[in-house]
Structure formats: C-alpha cells, structure tokens
Design a protein around this ligand. Sequence first.
Ligand SMILES: NC(=O)c1ccc[n+]([C@@H]2O[C@H](COP(=O)([O-])OP(=O)(O)OC[C@H]3O[C@@H](n4cnc5c(N)ncnc54)[C@H](OP(=O)(O)O)[C@@H]3O)[C@@H](O)[C@H]2O)c1
Length: 290
Amino acid sequence: MAKVAFIGMGVMGYPMAGHLMVKGGHEVTVYNRTAAKAEQWVKQYGGKSAATPAAAAEGADFVFTCVGNDDDLRSVTVGKDGVLSGMKAGAILIDNTTASAEVARELHAAAKEKGCGFIDAPVSGGQAGAENGVLTVMCGGDEATFEKAKPVIDAYARMVGLMGDVGAGQLTKMINQICIAGVVQGLAEGIHFGKQAGLDIEKVVDVISKGAAGSWQMENRHKTMNAGKYDFGFAVDWMRKDLDIVLTEARRNGAKLPVTALVDQFYGDVQQMGGNRWDTSSLLARLDKK
Ligand SMILES: NC(=O)c1ccc[n+]([C@@H]2O[C@H](COP(=O)([O-])OP(=O)(O)OC[C@H]3O[C@@H](n4cnc5c(N)ncnc54)[C@H](OP(=O)(O)O)[C@@H]3O)[C@@H](O)[C@H]2O)c1
C-alpha cells in the first residue's frame, strides 16, 4: 500500500483514482480544479481531497495527473502550486494525460531536478476502460522507475508496457490515434456506401466483421453509427487535440501522414456541424449529411 495523489477528476481520472483506492488498496488524495467533483469522489470512495495540486502531492509516493492538454498539464505540475512544488524526493510523477512527447521530456527534467522520477503514461480504452479498470497504458521512462510504478498502475490497467525512454509512451499513443483515424474513416465510408446501396448494415457487419475487415471500431461502433447516435464516447475535440500533437510530431520527425491529415480536416467539418462533444465515429454524420 502506497500514498498516492491523483490530479484531475475528469471522465478518466475519477474512476482511475477509484481503482487505485479500491483495487490497489492505496491511500489516495485527489485534487480537482472544480472542487465539487473532488468532494463527490471523496464521498464515493472515502479518500481525501486537497485544495491545490501541491497539497495533494505532499508526502505521496506516487502522483498521477490526468488533465486536458500540454498547457493544463504544465499548470498542475510546474505551475503555481503545481505538484512538483509539493512532491518529496524519491516520489514518482505518472502522467496519464494524452500530451506531447516534448512536454513529457520537460516534466522529466523538472522532476529530476527535484530528485523525483517521471513516467509518461497515456492510456487507451476510453471511459468504459477507465470505469472497468482495464485500460492499456503506454509508458515512457527509465526501467527502474517503471518497475516501481507498474504495480501501482496495474490497479486500473489490463496492459501496461514500457515503450522506451521518456516520451515513448506519448509517441506510442500517437501511433494509436493514427491507426484509429484511418480505420474510423474507412468504417464510416463503408457504412455510408452500404446505406446508399440499400443493404442491411447489421447483416453486412455481421458477416464482414468475421473477415479481414473486422476491427474494434466496427465491433463497438457500427450499431450507434448506423443509428446516427454520437452523444457519448471519445469527443471530437479531444481527437483534434490528439491529431494536432501527432501532426506536429510528424513535421518534426519527417513521417508522412496524408490520411491522418485529411481525417483531421474531416473532424474539423464535424466540429462545424456542432459535433465538438460527439464521439469520433461521427465521421459518418459528415458523409450522411444531406
Ligand atoms: N475520455 C476518453 O475516452 C479518453 C481516452 C483516452 C485518453 N483520454 C485523455 O485523457 C485526458 C483526460 O480526458 P477526460 O476525458 O478525463 O477529460 P475531462 O473529462 O474533460 O477531464 C479533464 C480534467 O482535467 C482537469 N483540468 C483541465 N484543465 C485543467 C487545468 N488547466 N488546471 C487544472 N485542472 C484542469 C479538469 O478539471 P475541471 O473538472 O475543473 O474541468 C478535469 O478534471 C485527456 O488528455 C484525454 O485526451 C481520454
């Protein structure tokens, strides 16, 4: 049992912190910018809440963050009252935000200066994965720090992998998003085509999902896509944030991502349609628009 702090009681952080408490058996202190969510978490799980990230991190062995983007992450770590001003030497900062590899390297350096460890640890598996404690966690950092952090991360994960040095977790998450972007657009086009052709989409998917075209997206999203339902899941705004990180990194490393860049623009169209909070499968709404 360890002393743990968790910063960011969002869709993901709230249940992840819960698993650290219940499944991990750790002593958990949470912080959330909007205090009501932290209070609600304490009511549900019985841990503690703190008034600032620094106060939550005081005395903790492991400090988790799961906020929005790079700037949000900087604000709760190296900003005023950020966790690094409260962390003790030897403690480990584990960041679950989907952010850039650059900010991961920045935080690693800042943590090192304080005698602390750092692991970038973005996740995949969505809200359901977080609620069920079965996320896939892609880590970057040194092996010794990872070995200490892994048993704690295990409380909310089904798969935890060390992908390489600091930043490698974020780079792996970028690959995850590149793969998703193309697959979802392909699936949207397939369903759109099937509707235009007058076929029964359920019947089509029932058959082709067992063959080479099958995917997680097809299995888990075709029903809601066919019904035009998008008010759930991983928001288009988040996906655009992720694809911006991906395309910036690609400009840096010279990777060619023509389909990803195109799908990013398609998500821009979905935002224009008012779909900022729609699930990423809403690429179909753009095609079905009359
Ligand atoms: N949702 C998913 O399916 C999913 C899947 C994989 C990865 N992710 C990634 O996980 C991260 C969190 O996603 P989420 O869905 O949990 O988001 P969310 O529900 O919008 O929660 C974001 C959390 O970050 C806090 N926050 C944001 N900016 C802040 C700042 N400047 N200072 C302090 N706190 C701040 C928010 O506090 P308030 O409550 O005060 O707003 C909230 O607790 C994102 O990087 C996202 O891309 C999400």
